[in-house]
Design a protein around this ligand. Structure first.
Ligand code: ADP
Ligand code: MG
Length: 252
């Protein structure tokens, strides 16, 4: 079986507006990648397509060798457990404690006993230095702590692939640094990470391969060290916005 997450010639549009056109992406196990691109270019859409939250107009999504369009909903749910996502803004349930947030999916699946779930919740929280916050509510936490709870929740089902949607947006420098360290720690534990962001510094810190999305296509796909050298106007504009780029990207 060929492992990895793949998008093959995926096209997708929102009510007639093209977002991706024959888009190819390959996330191989152990190769950590960042997809860079301006706001509104389609980064979150890519993650939602990989998770099955959106369906491509054409093209294929392949998870560990299986074309997800060719399997039943039940099989898809099983396959989908290999992938976890940390959404932008953390998306915690405000009415649940930290512990309940981290364990709720396991509880819903009804496959483990409550004490087994509690053990996993504690393990994930302590890995992230959050065990003291187990009975707190999200409203009592800082942005950086919320993000870490969201990571603990994503890890509860022991995924192989962890997707991050702009994990550093809105965090202070210490929060940004902590998230970078956390992503590196997950990689050391054998998780494969895919991040989408416009935070270049974090991209350089946590991933070895970059993909650059611009106007429905990947204009760059390669080792991060080649990115800044790429002779691609949109890449150079992204790295070093000029006076004109203000107006160009304003037309959204
Ligand atoms: N549910 C939706 N309906 C219509 N358009 C949408 C919807 N979600 C996102 N879009 C549009 O699709 C484009 C890509 O969105 P998104 O993937 O969220 O971009 P990014 O994450 O790169 O900022 C944006 O221009 C956005 O306005
Ligand atoms: Mg987004």
């Amino acid at each position: 079986m060929e492992r990895g997450l793949k998008m093959q010639k995926v096209s997708f549009s929102f009510v007639g507006r093209g977002i991706l056109e024959e888009f190819d992406l390959c996330l191989e196990p152990g190769v950590n990648r960042t997809i860079l691109g301006m706001s509104g270019v389609g980064k979150t859409t890519i993650l939602k397509l990989l998770l099955g939250l959106l369906k491509p107009d054409s093209g294929r999504i392949v998870i560990d060798g299986t074309d997800v369009a060719k399997i039943s909903e039940r099989e898809f749910i099983r396959l989908r457990k290999k992938i976890a996502i940390v959404f932008q803004g953390s998306a915690l349930f405000d009415s649940m404690t930290v512990g309940e947030n981290v364990g709720y999916r396991l509880l819903e699946e009804r496959e483990l006993s409550e004490s087994e779930i509690e053990k996993i919740v504690l393990e994930k929280l302590s890995m992230l230095g959050l065990e003291h916050a187990i009975d707190h509510y999200p409203a009592e936490l800082s942005g950086g702590m919320k993000k870490r709870v969201a990571v603990a929740r994503a890890l509860a089902a022991d995924p192989e692939y962890v997707l991050f949607d702009e994990p550093t947006t809105g965090l202070d420098p210490i929060g940004v640094y902590n998230i970078q360290r956390l992503i590196l720690m997950l990689q050391e534990q054998g998780k494969t990470t895919l991040m989408v962001t416009h935070d270049l510094e974090t991209a350089y810190a946590v991933s070895e391969r970059f993909s650059f999305l611009h106007e429905r296509r990947l204009l760059f796909d390669g080792p991060k060290d080649d990115f800044a050298k790429a002779d691609i106007p949109a890449v150079q504009e992204f790295l070093k916005p000029t006076e004109q780029s203000l107006f160009r990207f304003d037309s959204e």
